[in-house]
Design a protein around this ligand. Structure first.
Ligand code: HEM
Length: 397
């Protein structure tokens, strides 16, 4: 039943039916697929070979949450992931997932909600303890991130056994989705940390206007477009030959909460800002060019500019699927704005992609003077779910 349907249904019979159906979702029974013709508008398909929320077009709002798992057996972990999957299937289709739904999204459409789940290093082993018999299944590519120069990581904003990335066009829909999963997991998981993002900073849809980050620059110009299948296969999706088998079709997510020193940035001339990024502010054109999409020679950009240093030519050809969001979390005790970029990047192997690129940026990028990495996380996002399946069934099934 649609959320609106539950809201407007009159008569106890209809409501009782909804209760029974919602109860079944929570018990882990597959929810019947709606007929294609009945697909609600603004819904992104949940099922498929890859999880939605990676290569699907970026929505404008984010609620990201990292959870720690409190249960101690594999069976309990599976039961949690089954109930989360059933709720996600309902919510991404704009339907209620339980009779006691908290209600704040009842009259809202699906809003292109996507829910993407990842498994952190601590799910496989924590302090040497093989909690769920998964230690041998930990992918080598899920190697703990090294320390990077200049970072000042807050342990209260890092790590997590599980990550949930909720993206939607409406912030209330994203917040409701994370809240619902936390409620379903009550006593079985606890939220370790979370982050709201209010505006996308990285486009994956070149046909649309490129969004701007809080430094005022267009962000996402050089990103991998969501429909560039060859680039996705090369840089984002884990291939069968990469191993382990359960990750085929999945991807690795690196999250970094990057604080921007906007007061300092605002004191800098536009010319200096452009030399720092390597692109013009208004057009987003490579320096020396006119248009945002102009072809350019990265070697012609300032040697320490961000685009030159992050460009594939400076990084052995590797690229990332960036999917970050701007955040503003009020101000700090000194009255400075607590704002920046919540950097989210999907990739096939962080050891070859994010890690060497960030090492280079942390030492040589002129942008480093205006930013600080203060939160961090790494997760293995399993492949997509088939109807009747559940998040992580290739690992746990
Ligand atoms: C607050 C921090 C950051 C800001 C403000 C920022 C901003 C930008 C901007 C304005 C561009 C040019 C437009 C575009 O192509 O998207 C860009 C490009 C790029 N950035 Fe960042 N960025 C940040 C952090 C990072 C980090 C941490 C990484 C990776 C470790 C990264 C990787 C890239 C890549 C790969 C490109 C595309 C380069 C190309 O192929 O032309 N960025 N960034």
């Amino acid at each position: 039943m649609s959320r609106r349907g539950l809201l407007t249904a009159s008569g106890a019979g209809v409501a009782a039916g909804a209760v029974a159906t919602a109860g079944a979702f929570l018990l882990g029974e597959p929810e019947p697929e709606p007929a294609a013709s009945a697909a609600p508008p603004q819904a992104v398909a949940f099922h498929g070979p890859h999880q939605a929320g990676i290569a699907t077009p970026v929505q404008d709002r984010l609620h990201f949450a990292a959870f720690d798992v409190a249960v101690s057996t594999r069976e309990e972990l599976v039961a949690l992931l089954v109930s989360w999957t059933r709720a996600a299937e309902a919510m991404t289709a704009g339907r209620v997932s339980a009779a006691d739904d908290s209600g704040e999204a009842l009259d809202l459409p699906a809003s292109r909600l996507t829910l993407t789940v990842g498994f952190g290093p601590t799910l496989f082993a924590r302090a040497g303890e093989d909690r769920f018999g998964l230690a041998a299944a930990r992918p080598p590519a899920l190697a703990d991130l090294p320390a990077f120069p200049g970072e000042k990581l807050d342990p209260a904003r890092g790590g997590g056994d599980l990550a949930v990335q909720a993206c939607a066009d409406d912030p209330q829909v994203a917040v409701h989705a994370v809240r619902t999963l936390a409620r379903i997991g009550l006593g079985r998981v606890s939220v370790r940390w979370s982050q709201l993002g209010y505006g996308k900073t990285s486009s994956t849809t070149p046909a649309e206007l490129t969004p701007r980050n809080l430094m005022g620059f267009k962000d996402g110009t050089g990103n991998i477009p969501y429909d560039d299948r060859a680039a996705l296969d090369e840089h984002v999706w884990v291939a069968a030959a990469d191993g382990p088998a359960w990750m085929t079709g999945g991807s690795y997510l690196v999250a970094r909460r990057i604080r921007m020193h906007l007061e300092a940035w605002d004191q800098v001339t536009r010319q200096d800002q452009e030399a720092t990024i390597g692109r013009t502010k208004t057009e987003g054109a490579p320096l020396g060019g006119k248009g945002e999409r102009d072809r350019f020679d990265p070697a012609a950009l300032p040697a320490d500019s961000h685009v030159r240093m992050a460009h594939p030519t400076a990084n052995g050809g590797v690229r990332l699927m960036r999917r970050g969001y701007s955040f503003v979390d009020g101000s700090d005790s000194q009255g400075r704005i607590d704002a920046g970029l919540f950097f989210l990047a999907y990739q096939r192997d962080p050891r070859r992609q994010f890690v060497p690129m960030q090492r280079r940026l942390a030492t040589g990028d002129r942008l480093s003077a205006y930013i600080r990495h203060v939160g961090s996380g790494l997760w293995a996002c399993p492949p997509g779910v088939s109807p009747g399946g559940y998040w992580g069934d290739t690992l746990l099934g």
